[in-house]
Design a protein. Structure first.
Length: 97
């Protein structure tokens, strides 16, 4: 009879240990992400958009040619992130290339 109670206590102890480890891993993840965000802000990130809107002008960006858009996109972009129109007209963008 006593052996069954000890087995149940062992399972509860294992479950608690897994819970504590998960909790501390979660806390460590939040701390690492917070420190990373702080250093990224201090060192200056390549991305200058907050919530999809451009907040500052960074050189070397491609501006959407559509007059109602004017979104500043990354240099490697083929299409505008806001309106979806092609940015470079020199390339053929159709299916027949």
């Amino acid at each position: 009879m006593m052996g069954e109670g000890i087995g149940a206590i062992a399972w509860v102890a294992v479950a608690l240990a897994i819970g504590f480890v998960g909790f501390f891993v979660m806390i460590l993840t939040f701390v690492v992400r917070g420190v990373t965000a702080i250093f990224r802000g201090l060192l200056g990130d390549d991305d200058d958009e907050v919530g999809g809107w451009t907040v500052c002008d960074v050189g070397g960006r491609i501006v959407c040619p559509h007059p109602r858009c004017g979104h500043r996109n990354r240099r490697s972009a083929l299409f505008c992130a806001r309106c979806g129109r092609p940015l470079r007209q020199s390339r053929t963008l159709d299916a027949y290339g």
